[in-house]
Ligand binder design. Structure first.
Ligand code: PMP
Length: 406
């Protein structure tokens, strides 16, 4: 299918609206992306026709729902090109996936003196679960530094590796700097060290990145809502053998093999991590969102995103007092920026008055904000459905806001 941004925009009902401030310019995609009609309809159709609980009942609707849920699981693994020996566990999102790894793998296998390597650019979702794990096991966290341009200092990361390194967990792409990390290289470093490698794919997956076979990681966590799918849904895709060695996550229905007062036994992965009734329609709609992404002309969509980033960078670089946080060679299409003597909230409020949605704050990356020496920033994050006209309009309104506020 040829890539036409005008046609693609027609697939997204939310993008058609006008706000009080004007036409909606949605540049908050890194926080959560809009949904194409096919995803909305998939969830609605599932509820209209096929909905029931899964796995348990011997009736037609339960069979249909179970098939749809298990097909969705296969579709998620296929989209991310997971090796045959990997399984997709459905989660609430990347946060839950990372918590499962830290709790069920980390707390089972780590002991005092072991080391976990993260990076300075991690989201809180890839810091706090490891801090909890370190607190409970006595393991230690080391953070690889970033270079002045926002790239990961691979030399520093390598220097942190020791025989005590048991886990490396790194974002594929930073939600603040946009930096795309060389996860293949990090995977090699982890393998050499005999450590497991966990990829936080929350920000890379919406941009057609995340080939698990190519990366060679052990764990891969992502969120459906950033990939044009529903909220409250995501996947942890991981090596099945490792998943089976891990502790269980929550206890309850569906994750057990047998229960008695004397002894309860658990099912294998993925079910052992999916206690209770899951977000069945969420999983089905997530798979539909990934199929939608797969139906696009991906090289053209990526080239379009790169063009949006290039144009936005050129225009923002011209605004006096504005500092772009992160100038890595390889970036997902987002720009975080701080303006001298102007609070980021004031800028985002003025942009909102013009219908432009950007994020402002610490972006759940306080350690990174400290390293960059800022209290927060604004972030404009693009998706394949954004246009160059929107970028130009945004830059114009941003320039006026800066002039007014300075
Ligand atoms: N990691 C990164 C890099 C993120 O940007 C986010 C979401 N902002 C998360 C993890 C957590 O994702 P979720 O809130 O969907 O669980």
């Amino acid at each position: 299918m040829a890539f036409s941004v005008d046609d693609i925009r027609k697939d997204f009902p939310a993008l058609q609206q006008r706000l009080e401030g004007g036409k909606l310019v949605y540049f908050d995609n890194a926080a959560s992306a809009q949904k194409p009609l096919c995803v909305i309809e998939k969830a609605a159709d599932f509820y209209r026709r096929d909905y029931s609980n899964i796995h348990r009942s011997a009736h037609e609707l339960s069979r249909r729902a179970t098939v749809a849920f298990e097909e969705a699981r296969k579709c998620v693994s296929k989209h991310f090109n997971a090796p045959k020996n990997f399984t997709a566990v459905f989660t609430r999102g990347a946060t839950e996936g990372l918590n499962i790894v830290a709790r069920c793998y980390g707390e089972k296998f780590l002991k005092k003196g072991d080391e976990i390597i993260l990076s300075q650019m991690e989201h809180h979702a890839n810091i706090v679960p490891w801090q909890l794990c370190a607190m409970r096991t006595g393991a230690e966290i080391k953070a690889a530094k970033i270079l002045p341009n926002g790239e990961l200092d691979m030399g520093h990361l390598q220097s942190l590796v020791s025989p005590r390194t048991k886990i490396i967990s790194i974002a594929h792409a930073s939600n603040v700097l946009g930096t795309i990390n060389d996860v293949q290289k990090i995977s090699e470093i982890a393998k050499k060290a005999g450590a497991v490698f966990c990829v936080d794919a929350a920000q890379s997956s919406p941009h057609f990145l995340g080939d698990i076979s190519e990366i060679g990681c052990d764990f891969f966590a992502c969120s459906a809502h950033k990939c044009f799918g529903p909220t409250g849904e995501g996947a942890l895709i991981a090596n099945t053998e490792i998943l089976n060695e891990m502790d269980v996550w929550q206890g309850g229905g569906d994750m057990i093999e047998s229960v008695s007062w004397e002894k309860t036994t658990f099912r294998q992965a993925p079910e052992k991590f999916e206690a209770g009734t899951p977000n069945i329609a969420g999983a089905v709609a997530f798979a539909r969102a990934l199929q939608y992404m797969d139906s696009l002309d991906i090289p053209a969509a990526r080239a379009h995103e790169a063009e949006l980033l290039k144009r936005a960078t050129e225009l923002l670089e011209k605004i006096e007092g504005l500092r772009i946080l992160g100038n890595a060679k390889n970036k997902v299409p987002l720009i975080s920026f701080a303006v001298k003597n102007i609070h980021h909230n004031d800028i985002s409020t003025m942009l909102d008055a013009n219908g432009i949605a950007v994020r402002s704050g610490h972006h759940c990356a306080e350690p990174l904000m400290n390293a960059l020496g800022v209290s927060g920033s604004c972030r404009a994050s693009f998706a394949f459905y954004n246009t160059l006209e929107e970028v130009e309009f945004f830059a114009k309104k941003l320039r006026s806001a800066v002039n007014l506020l300075s």
